[in-house]
Design a protein around this ligand. Structure first.
Ligand code: PEP
Ligand code: MN
Length: 330
């Protein structure tokens, strides 16, 4: 696989590539004009004045890799920048249950220092008999409370057929959940949609597979991607999933994309969430996404792992102190 970084869009280059037997894809990414050309033997034969640089890689995730883009990518969700010195915290309930619930929690997490509001309207539940989320009604609540409180929204999209609703409610950041991390049709459509994406790691995906999922989004021209480590399946049962801190650190060294950690889903129990969140910050996470519910015991999903607003405030103060010690802010 070769990546050509172009000085300009050139019709002569396009002709040369078309005439060769190479496969190719032209795209605009991070303000640069690019051409992906493969296999290498064919790509090597192509030369044109418009080519500024050719990058050859054996990696299957060239656009997501930092081999061609050395500077870290910053992703903006409205006025919130992810990937800079400030550690961005998204907080809110696992699932949107009512307007009152979202309003209470949004105000509390904003007061404590969160910059984004999370909450699922479309919930990927293991059992079809569990609460599936409020669907469109949930997006409507999120939009209303987001505008009222002033926190941009991050919420999960499960099905590309719902994209018109995400457009209608002007959802600020789309989450691809762990269970859809390799739903390639969804990835392509969300890539084309263009809004910032929070891409969870599939619970049985290697770091390399996760980066290839990101590649699906990037190769549609959407570079506003934040990766999110949310725990993988291992033999361990003391936690719900194994938060792969090592995998997260390794991934950060392989990509220019910012990194988020979700301490709630691997914890499975609220008692573990503070430590996993702090460990993630210590390991270099640029963002955290944390479940907070006004009354966790009564939550319709993930009730055991959601923090109370009071506990979240304590955690935010600990995150801020740790961030300061690391020369960052939160
Ligand atoms: C969630 O964030 O509510 C969620 C379902 O996460 P995951 O896809 O990581 O399980
Ligand atoms: Mn959840």
């Amino acid at each position: 696989m070769m990546l050509f970084i172009l000085r300009n869009d050139s019709s002569t280059l396009r002709e040369k590539i078309k005439e060769s037997s190479a496969s190719y894809k032209f795209l605009d990414l991070y303000g640069k004009k690019l051409a992906l050309v493969w296999p290498d033997e064919e790509a090597e034969k192509i030369n044109d004045d418009s080519i500024e640089m050719k990058v050859k890689t054996r990696k299957p995730y060239i656009l997501a890799s930092n081999e061609w883009k050395k500077e870290p990518t910053k992703v903006s969700v409205k006025d919130v920048e992810i990937g800079g010195d400030k550690i961005v915290v998204a907080a809110g309930p696992c699932a949107v249950e009512s307007e009152e619930q979202v309003e209470t929690v949004a105000k509390a997490v904003k007061r404590a220092g969160a910059s984004l509001l999370r909450g699922g309207a479309f919930k990927p539940r293991t059992s079809p008999y569990s609460f599936q989320g409020l669907g469109e009604g949930g997006l409507k609540i999120l939009r209303k409370i987001s505008d009222e409180v002033g926190l941009p929204i991050v919420t999960e999209i499960m099905d590309a057929r719902d994209l018109p609703l995400f457009k209608q409610y002007d959802i600020d950041m789309l989450q691809i959940g762990a269970r859809n991390a390799q739903n390639f049709t969804l990835l392509k459509e969300v890539g084309k949609f263009g809004k910032p994406v929070l891409l969870k790691r599939g619970m049985a995906n290697t770091v390399e597979e996760w980066l290839q999922s990101a590649e699906y989004l990037l190769s549609e021209g959407n570079g506003n991607v934040v990766l999110c480590e949310r725990g993988i399946r291992t033999f361990e049962k003391a936690t719900r999933f194994t938060l792969d801190i090592g995998g997260m650190v390794a991934a950060k060294m392989m990509t220019h994309l910012p990194m988020c950690a979700d301490p709630s889903h691997p914890a499975g129990k609220r008692e573990l969430v503070h430590s996993l969140a702090l460990a993630s910050v210590a390991a270099g996470a640029d963002m955290l996404i944390i479940e907070v519910h006004p009354n966790p015991e009564k939550a319709l999903s993930d009730s055991e792992q959601q923090l109370t607003p009071e506990s979240f405030e304590v955690l935010m103060n600990r995150i801020k102190a740790l961030a300061n010690a690391l020369g960052r802010s939160a």
